[in-house]
Each structure stands twice: as C-alpha cells, then as structure tokens.
Design a protein around this ligand. Structure first.
Ligand SMILES: C[S@@+](CC[C@H](N)C(=O)[O-])C[C@H]1O[C@@H](n2cnc3c(N)ncnc32)[C@H](O)[C@@H]1O
Length: 272
C-alpha cells in the first residue's frame, strides 16, 4: 500500500483500520518484547534513558528540516510520543503487536503500524525527513539484518533527511547503571555478536541483547551507503537530578546521525 502524504497515512491507519494493517506474526529471530509490554509501557525517559534523549532536541533543530518522521521499533510508543512533543508528524512501526497495542492505548490519536523487520512497503520512497530508531540495533542479531533495515531506511528517507540511531555501547553490559543491572559474570567473556544479559531496574524486564561495537555499526553504515554526520556518546555532567552510578565517566549509549550522502570518516565524541 502506498501513501501520498502523512495526512493520508493518518486516515488509513486510524480506528478499526489499524487492525487491518496487521501483517503475519513476529519473526522469532528477534527478541519477543511482548511479554514485557505492560512493564515497558510504564518506562519513562528518566535516569540512564534521559541521557540517551538529552541532546536529541538540539540535534533535530540543527540537522533535520521538515516534520515527517518514522519511529522505527517504536515499542510502546515512548520514543514516538517524545517526537510528537517536539512537533513531528510521527508514525511508529514495530514487529510486535502487543507493544503496539500499548502504544495505541497510551496515545489514542497516534499513528502506529505493525510491520515485518526491514519492510517499510507501507510508505513511498523518499517520504521521511527523519527516521528515528531508539534501542533497536542492540537487539538485532546479525549485521546482515542491520544492513537490510538500513537499506530500507535509505530508500524511505528524503534526499536531505536524517536518520538518528540510539543504541547501547558495549560498556552498557559490563557495568551497572541508574536504570540497569548488567554486570553479570556471563557478559564478561563476550565478543561482538554475542548475547548479553540486561535487567531494567524496578521492572520485571530481563532481556538478552547483542553486543556490538562502534566499528560494527560503522561497517554496516558504510555497507548501506549511509554517512555518519555525527557520532557521539553522551555522558552525565553531574547537574542532573539523578543519582548516577557510572554515567558521569562511562558512556552507556551511542548516538549516530546519518544521511544519504556518501560515507565519510567521523570522530566519536563524548558530548555534542
Ligand atoms: C527496547 S524497545 C524500544 C522501544 C522504543 N523505541 C523506546 O524508546 O521505548 C525495542 C523495540 O524494538 C522492536 N524491534 C526489535 N527488533 C525489531 C526489528 N527488526 N524491526 C522493528 N522493530 C523491532 C521490539 O519489538 C521492541 O518493541
């Protein structure tokens, strides 16, 4: 199904028709977040998560023109509602229907759709000004799957659009944090592509992610013909209201901003 504008898309997806846009069941290759959807729907952008989103408004202001946004892997809609508050016309997509049901419950007027991994056939090519992707790439099991997703992003992004990817640093799995317990002994002897364990504090959410390094991400961006225009690792500065554990000295997140220009070298910094 092709859509001509975001408005058309909103009409298509509203109300009962949302249900009609379901596609076949989850590809079990990817972790099934459904059983944690209730807990996930209560998570806020606070503590360690706050750091991941802290600089995004400034980045969007500087680097993104236009308001049409896709939130890829929207889960229960936390990141989608964040973009909406910043004034974007945003559509959240995810492979998990249970997560999407919660997103819809929390944002009744919102636009959410079920997809298969790396399949954005719902949208025309060159459609989005921004493709946002928060906490997805650390749950992707292989570089081949990442490249499939990134190539689809490239197709659906306008020529001057930007992609923002927030994902875990390897350090996230070797230390403890205000929001996570993750220094499990079995995480220690892991290599790129291995499963790593992480628990979200104050919830029942206990998941396995995949360990990927900056170099792994760089290589998949390059193979997908995407250029990193900004890559950095936010650190807390101590003025925040949270009781940090390692966040002032060890960065838990990578933030990458990509565009469709040819790949170039870049520096990873700690702050914007
Ligand atoms: C950790 S949640 C993040 C949700 C949201 N972005 C947020 O910031 O709260 C990860 C979500 O990614 C979805 N996901 C995992 N693999 C995916 C894939 N290959 N394609 C699309 N979504 C995927 C999961 O179903 C889950 O809802």
């Amino acid at each position: 199904m092709l859509v001509n504008s975001c408005d058309t898309f909103f009409l298509i997806i509203k109300g009962d028709k949302f249900i009609n846009l379901k596609v076949s069941s989850i590809n079990m290759k990817f972790f099934n977040y459904g059983r944690y959807s209730e807990d996930y729907s209560k998570l806020k952008i606070t503590k360690t998560y706050y750091l991941a989103f802290r600089d995004i408004p400034q980045i969007l202001h500087k680097l993104v023109n236009g308001k049409k946004a896709l939130d890829y892997g929207c889960g229960t809609g936390r990141s989608t509602r964040f973009l909406k508050k910043l004034g974007f016309e945003v559509i959240g997509v995810d492979i998990n229907e249970k997560m999407l049901e919660k997103a819809k419950r929390l944002d009744k007027e919102g636009c959410y759709s079920h997809i298969k991994s790396a399949n954005l056939d719902l949208f025309e090519n060159n459609f989005f000004d921004l493709i946002f992707c928060a906490f997805i790439f650390d749950s992707i099991p292989s570089k081949i799957d990442m490249i499939k997703i990134l190539k689809e992003f490239r197709k659906k992004l306008k020529s001057k659009g930007a992609i923002i990817i927030i994902t875990s640093t390897p350090e996230l799995y070797f230390h403890n944090w205000a929001s996570f317990i993750s220094n499990f002994p079995e995480n220690k002897n892991t290599r790129a592509g291995d499963k790593v364990r992480i628990h979200i504090k104050g919830t029942n959410i206990k998941v396995f992610d995949y360990l990927w390094y900056d170099g792994d991400y760089k290589s998949v961006f390059q193979k997908s013909n995407l250029r990193v225009i900004k890559g950095y690792k936010p650190l807390a500065n101590g003025t925040e209201k949270y009781k940090w554990i390692n966040e002032k000295k060890i960065p838990p997140w990578f933030v990458y901003v990509l565009n469709k220009q040819h790949y170039d070298t870049y520096q990873t910094e700690n702050n914007v």
